[in-house]
Design a protein around this ligand. Structure first.
Ligand code: DAH
Length: 343
């Protein structure tokens, strides 16, 4: 065989093999092509190699060089095709990874809507000079009832309306209901704690949890939050109370809020009112308020002849629900992220 024939056979074969590898549509057909061109037993490469012997000795070196080049070219096209079909590119990246797809957003927690509301309310009241005060959630009857002018036989002290704690009697192993400590049923307890420790003028709010054994429904939950307010000074009047609540309401709900007082009764205020806000076309009750009863001042050692004050207690969940259009209080405590993530 002449060198010329040998070289042109290789050229043709190289082209044929390369396009066979490039056009293979799956690993099976690639394997068929590999056997045909590179197979050890009967492949085209083997046939060509055999013919080397019939080439002039003087030309063999050139033929050998071309043969080596052929081998590495064809082998290269084969490897490329193999990688393409196995889906692994030469950088070794995962072929199932599509960099054009949108990424998975990492879940970042955020503050609960009730906590957000508390922060907001504190900020609004803070601008009117009200400082935040706190008290314990486990209370004694003095702070929850007695000092607030709620006597022993008052229905508000009924065990069915309160979470009394079963506490161990000292000296005996019995767990008995002593009727002493309870989960506070109102944040008015904090009024007493503040006045016991501070002389007037007083201007505080207290935002915290309260507990009542109510069956949960759309507007009731056994644990909820109140915002308690207390202002004590000389010459404080009901007009001051109404103004503070109106400024609060317009700040929290918007300028189109109206406020209404309805006569009511609370043992710790005289006179007492229920507080309604007119908002989005309806009057809604948000809590109670009034002028601090002289009996309460006496319980904490303030002189009712010198000082007067007002107090109020508003439902935090109710405010939050109104503002955000939430219709069921249970949603706030369901732990359902589909709900919570909206806030
Ligand atoms: N403590 C009352 C309640 O839980 C609400 C309340 C009414 C608080 C009148 C006050 C007040 O401070 O003056 O129903």
């Amino acid at each position: 065989m002449s060198l010329q024939d040998f070289l042109s056979t290789l050229d043709g074969l190289e082209e044929e093999a390369s396009s066979a590898f490039q056009n293979a549509s799956d690993t099976d057909s690639l394997e068929v092509a590999r056997v045909r061109y590179l197979g050890q037993k009967s492949g085209a490469l083997r046939d060509v190699q055999k013919r080397m012997g019939s080439i002039d000795k003087a030309d063999r070196k050139a033929a050998g060089m071309r043969l080596n080049q052929f081998k590495s070219n064809v082998q290269g096209t084969f490897e490329t095709a193999k990688e393409r079909l196995s889906g692994v590119d030469s950088a070794g990246a995962d072929p199932t990874f599509d960099p054009s797809l949108p990424g998975l957003r990492p879940t970042v927690g955020h503050i609960h809507p009730v906590t957000q509301t508390i922060t907001h309310l504190m900020e609004i009241m803070g601008r009117m000079g009200f400082e935040a005060a706190e008290g314990p959630e486990v209370e004694d009857p003095w702070h929850n009832f007695v000092a607030l002018n709620i006597p022993e036989d008052h229905p508000a002290r009924d065990p069915l309306d309160n979470f009394y704690l079963a506490t161990a009697k000292s000296g005996s192993g019995d767990r008995t209901l002593e009727g002493s400590q309870l989960l506070r049923s109102q944040t008015s307890t904090v009024q007493i704690r503040v006045m016991e420790n501070k002389q007037p003028p007083v201007r505080v709010i207290s935002l915290g949890r309260v507990y009542r054994p109510d069956a949960p429904d759309a507007t009731h939950f056994p644990m909820f939050h109140q915002m308690e307010g207390l202002l004590v000074d000389k010459h404080v009047t009901m007009a001051n109370l109404k103004t503070v609540l109106r400024v609060f309401a317009t700040n929290y709900l918007g300028d189109d809020v109206e406020i209404r007082f309805r006569p009511s009764f609370f043992p710790f205020t005289e006179p007492s009112v229920e507080v309604d806000f007119y908002w989005n076309g309806a009057w809604i009750e948000f809590g109670g308020a009034g002028m601090v009863d002289p009996a309460v001042f006496e319980a904490v050692g303030y002189d009712p002849e010198v000082y007067s004050g007002f107090a109020f207690g508003l439902g935090v969940e109710r405010l939050c629900m109104r503002r955000h259009g939430i219709t069921d209080i249970r949603d706030l405590y369901s732990g359902d992220l589909r709900f919570l993530q909206q806030f």
